[in-house]
Design a protein around this ligand. Sequence first.
Ligand code: PXG
Length: 464
Amino acid sequence: MSAIESGNSANKLTRDWQDRDHRHYMHPFTDHKDLRGKGARIITDAEGVYIRDSDGLQILDGMAGLWCVNLGYGRQELVDAATRQMQKLPYYNSFFQTAHPPAIELSSVLSEVSPPQFKHTFFTGSGSEANDTVIKLVRRYWTLLGQTDKMVIISRKNAYHGSTIAASTLGGMDEMHKQTSILLPGVEHIEQPYYYGLGGDLSEDEFGLQQARLLEQKILQLGADKVAAFIAEPVQGAGGVIIPPATYWPEIQRICRQYDILLVADEVITGFGRLGEWFGSTHLGIEADLMPFAKGVTSGYLPLGGVLVADRVADVVIARGGEFAHGYTYSGHPAACAVALANIRILRDEGIIERVRDDTGPYFKQRWAALAEHPLVGEARSIGLMGAIEIVADKSTRARFDKDLKAGPTCKDFCFNNGLVMRAVGDSMIVSPPLVMEQDHIDELVDKAWRCLDLTAASLGHSE
Ligand code: PXG
């Protein structure tokens, strides 16, 4: 078959997949009318830090799948761990006074790699289920302590905590709230620490304190005896890689302690090395009482989530509480736990997290920061291996392009077509690449991002 023929047959296959995709597959978070016009991009295989589509285009995966493929693609050790476990014991539960080695081992290993206050883990199948579990744990804790009025959980606008009704309520995404319509009672939201978007004339430090003190104001408004917990991502991910000013988290910690409010750090994105520590909380000096996690625990090879439970909560809910009436069929799924164990072993043995902290993270920071010199970029910020750039029409005023021009989505499309996955959150472009990226991959990522910003500027008719 000639190259042209094989190209044609690949395209025909792509069209066939796109057609069946349109007829049968309801995608998550997708406008299907919009998708119909373009056809889905069909990803067929992947290796290392690259994915490949059904037309044979190799694409650098700047998002590690969906913030999860920390080890990159094609790690045989993870495949072998799943295979071995599926042959030995593909499924069993831990409901009726039973357990199995992979879940026991994984909960033990998690207590080693997490901060010292965590010795227990409750497993789930996803980050959303982990956050549903958080709500129940928080309420159970205060109820067992006889403080039945301490019910309200405070969260933040533009937070993402998952898609179940409870997790959508916890999150601060307006569109999700509108569409969910039946939200959980007892959840309140405060404004986010988004300095570029909301900082105005304040210094970063002043703004960090101001935004943290919104929590104190909310607690005082509701009454500390009514507030059970505060939940936040150490660094907001889906909201657009919002990195809080250095003053933010210490002040939040002070407030939670002063008013006796449980602190929940949602580590679904920041866990397992993203910021160059096992958990984002460690990097930012947060001492949490509960830490929901998912994604990077298995590098996304199999679905698994959970909640790390600090002794303060475990001593009440587990030691004194009787039955905790909560659990999922796939809580602690043996194959998923086996993959997580192999994943954590590789992260440890190959020193990947230390490499992010000492080498690739600092290198990424410096290369990424240079994107701020591009005429379209108002800010380029990063932490660990997470980064965002703000596309603006006017750097000095931070004015955005007209929404209808779709600057962010246009840039995202240029990126995909030119071999780079970079996500658009409105007109913020974000990346969160696999932790196994090397310096030359980072060069490739930044060079491609610059070129696609050029293409975006040209298509918007923007000159400096
Ligand atoms: N918490 C955080 C901080 C997350 O980022 C979840 C909870 C929910 O996890 P599950 O496993 O239920 O999806 C997430 C998930 C995006 C995007 O658009 C982000 C997530 C999921 C889907 C899309 O960036 N994060």
